[in-house]
Design a protein around this ligand. Structure first.
Ligand code: ZN
Length: 292
C-alpha cells in the first residue's frame, strides 16, 4: 500500500476559545506548519486570519506572506483555502490564488474546490434551532468550471472537497469532461456539530463515501471530520488505503488536553507506522499526487 499522506487543516476559522493553539498570523501558521512537518506532515491547508483578532481575512498579502514563510523553510506542500460563501463573487473567492501564483516564492501548490451546493446552516441541538435558516453554499456548474479552469490556468493543482456521494460523481464527470486532471487529490468531508452537509463522522460515514469512488477514477483521497474527532475513523481509513487530513481547524481535540496541531500529526504518524504505512515525505507526496 502507498505511503500515508498527512495533511494538516491548521486553523480554518476556529477560535481559541477551546484550544489556544489555533494559529492566526502568517508567522504563527508557519511556525506550527514547521512543527507539523517535523512530525511527518506533507500538506498544510490554511485560512488567512487577521493576525490580531483572528477574524477571517481575504487579503492576498496575508495568504502570500504565509506561503512564502513556509516555502522558505521547508518543502511542505501548500494549500490555501479558496474563499467560501462569505465572499461576494467567484472572482473574489479566487483572487488571492491568482496573485500568489504569479511568484514562485508564494506559489500555492493546491487550491480546493467544494464540489457541491449545500445547505450549510448550523443546527444548535442545545437550543433546538438552526442559526440562520438561510445559509446555502452556492456552487453552480459554471462556478465550479470557472474555478477548475482558472486554477489550472494559473499552473496550480485543483483539489476537490467531497461533501457527499454526488460530489464524487460530479468530480468524475469533470475528469471525463477534461476539466479536472488525474491523478486527482480529494478530501472526504465528514461533518459533525450541527453541520449536515457531510456524512456523519463515523467509520460508516467514511465507508459510505469511499465505497462510491469509481474504480476507474484515479483519486487519492483523504478523510477529514469538520466539527468532530477524526481519530475513530483513522484506523479504518488507513486500512483501506486512504490518507488523513486533521487539525485544530476542524476540532479542538480536548480529549488530548490542549494539543498542538503537531501533536495530532505525531499521533497519526505513529498509528500509520503501527499499521505498516509509513508517512510520505512532501517529495513522495508530490509523486503520489502527480505534482512532479
Ligand atoms: Zn479550509
Amino acid at each position: 500500500m502507498e505511503k500515508l499522506i498527512i495533511e494538516v487543516r491548521i486553523n480554518e476559522y476556529a477560535s481559541r476559545k477551546y484550544n489556544p493553539n489555533v494559529p492566526f498570523s502568517p508567522e504563527e501558521i508557519c511556525d506550527e506548519a514547521l512543527r507539523c512537518w517535523r512530525q511527518g506532515a506533507a500538506i498544510i491547508h490554511y485560512h488567512a486570519r487577521d493576525p490580531r483578532s483572528g477574524s477571517p481575512s481575504s487579503l492576498s498579502e496575508h495568504y502570500a506572506d504565509t506561503a512564502q514563510r513556509i516555502h522558505d523553510k521547508s518543502d511542505l506542500i501548500v494549500m490555501p483555502t479558496l474563499g467560501a460563501w462569505t465572499l461576494p463573487s467567484p472572482e473574489a473567492r479566487m483572487s488571492h490564488i491568482i496573485d500568489m501564483a504569479q511568484d514562485r516564492a508564494t506559489f500555492p501548490d493546491f487550491a480546493p474546490i467544494d464540489m457541491t451546493t449545500s445547505n450549510v446552516d448550523i443546527y444548535d441541538s442545545g437550543k433546538r434551532r438552526f442559526l440562520t435558516d438561510d445559509v446555502v453554499y452556492m456552487n453552480p456548474t459554471k462556478t465550479l468550471r470557472y474555478f477548475a479552469e482558472t486554477i489550472r490556468g494559473a499552473g496550480v493543482r485543483p483539489y476537490v472537497a467531497l461533501w457527499n456521494v454526488g460530489s464524487i460523481r460530479l468530480s468524475a464527470a469533470f475528469v471525463e469532461a477534461g476539466l479536472l486532471p488525474q491523478p486527482l487529490y480529494g478530501g472526504i468531508v465528514l461533518s459533525e456539530a450541527g453541520l449536515f452537509a457531510g456524512n456523519p463522522g463515523t467509520v460508516r460515514g467514511m465507508e459510505a463515501m469511499a465505497d462510491f469512488i469509481p474504480p476507474e477514477l484515479q483519486l487519492r483521497w483523504s478523510v477529514m471530520c469538520v466539527g468532530g474527532n477524526l481519530f475513530p475513523m483513522v484506523g479504518a481509513t488507513i486500512e483501506r488505503g486512504g490518507h488523513i487530513a486533521i487539525g485544530l481547524g476542524d476540532y479542538p481535540y480536548l480529549e488530548l488536553g490542549t494539543p498542538r496541531n503537531a501533536d495530532l500529526v505525531e499521533r497519526i504518524a505513529q498509528i500509520g507506522h503501527e499499521m505498516g504505512r509509513e508517512t510520505a515525505t512532501p517529495t513522495e507526496t508530490r509523486k503520489i499526487l502527480g505534482l512532479l
